[in-house]
Design a protein around this ligand. Sequence first.
Ligand SMILES: Nc1nc2c(ncn2[C@@H]2O[C@H](COP(=O)(O)OP(=O)(O)OP(=O)(O)O)[C@@H](O)[C@H]2O)c(=O)[nH]1
Ligand SMILES: [Mg+2]
Length: 248
Amino acid sequence: MKEYTVALAGNPNTGKSTLFNTLTGLKQHTGNWAGKTVTLAAGYYRYEDVQFKMVDLPGTYSLFSNSDDEEVARDYIVFEKPDVTLLVLDATSLERSLNLALQVLEMTDQVLICLNLMDEAKKKGLKINAGQLSKKLGVPVIPISARNNEGLEVLSDTLLKLCSGKMKTTPYKMRYSEELEAKILKLETELADILGHEFPARWLAIRFLDGDEKLIAALKNKLDSKGKGGEAHGSTTTFGRSSGRHSC
Ligand SMILES: Nc1nc2c(ncn2[C@@H]2O[C@H](COP(=O)(O)OP(=O)(O)OP(=O)(O)O)[C@@H](O)[C@H]2O)c(=O)[nH]1
Ligand SMILES: [Mg+2]
């Protein structure tokens, strides 16, 4: 059976583990306080004729090198290259989530955004135009309520289309000042010459220009371990299989 890997990323407390649990039938720790998921957990569920491997990343506000959590989440997205990064945003506080969303869109094209806690958003009288947001960001945006099992069929369907290449994205990329863009382009070209297209050269160039030493070390570590034929990363701790809870 064809298997696709999907990484769940997002701010703390946006319902990533709740979504993970609902889809896989596992029981990752959830609760109403930040920072519960500290290690990577993987679980599986089937949809149509494929199996999704879901990886529950720690919640972070950014993906620089400010903490172990940020490094774990960032390294997974960039170096492990899941088929899709599923960004779980809190529909009740979108402005806070969009910063992270823009960072992820710089790292990979394979992004699906879900707006979770739509039940709460509705209660608060918030109206979000998911179609318009999707147009602006260049990736699909699906409203869901993970706790109430709402929107998950559309979510799975869109995941499948993205993973199988039936749906293409055109992620919004931040543009910087002309001077900075010239430097990014120069470094990006040099990096692409050295590394090929395996890693996101533009994003690496931006991070390098920002002086992200820890990222440079992580990349070196990844390249060294590849040279030795080993896997650089993979602190996956929890595994389980399920045919999925929602009606697919
Ligand atoms: N009302 C509502 N609450 C939800 C929904 N999804 C999750 N929650 C609640 O939001 C809180 C946080 O959920 P978690 O799944 O632990 O969040 P998380 O993103 O994994 O958090 P971290 O691991 O800290 O990053 C819990 O109290 C959940 O029950 C939803 O769709 N609606
Ligand atoms: Mg969690």
